[in-house]
Design a binder for this molecule. Structure first.
Ligand code: FES
Length: 154
């Protein structure tokens, strides 16, 4: 089996598994930061909520609706950044986005399991799907605390 096949198998397994039981799914009481990501092409919409204490992401949750790629990617994003520091989360967000948009090679991005999404680059219409939750994460961290209901296009 080539590396490509292996990645694609891992990708399918991960996407299906996270779509079936998304991690950190649900609403958080009293988040310190939150933002939404919306995909105007399909109307899908996810909200990411964070509790940040100092420079640490103590907790993260998400809600909303999206396709399997969107939900799986957001679910894995929450796992990757929870209990980590804010700067690392933002750096990961940037690397993930750069890989998906073709600015960075997967091999140089140190994405761990998230690298399995890199095949999505071949399907331009799905890049919005895979980045939706990540855009929300970036906006939640960068924008003013609390009630950012403006959403953001992926
Ligand atoms: Fe809507 Fe993927 S089809 S986010």
């Amino acid at each position: 089996m080539s590396e490509g096949d292996a990645l694609s198998d891992l990708y399918q397994e991960l996407v299906l598994e996270h779509k079936r039981s998304p991690r950190n799914f649900g609403t958080m009481e009293s988040p310190t930061h939150e933002a939404r990501g919306t995909n105007p092409q399909c109307g899908d919409d996810v909200k990411v909520q964070l509790r940040i204490d100092g420079d640490r992401i103590e907790d993260i949750r998400f809600t909303g609706s999206g396709c399997a790629i969107c939900i799986a990617s957001t679910s894995m994003m929450t796992q990757a950044v929870k209990k980590g520091d804010v700067a690392s989360a933002m750096a990961l967000q940037e690397r993930f986005r750069d890989v998906m948009t073709g600015k960075l090679e997967t091999a140089d991005a140190d994405l761990g399991k998230l690298a399995s999404f890199s095949g999505v680059r071949r399907y331009p219409s799905r890049i919005k799907c895979v980045l939706l939750g990540w855009h929300a994460l970036g906006h939640a961290i960068n924008d003013a605390t609390g009630d950012d209901n403006g959403g953001t296009s992926a």
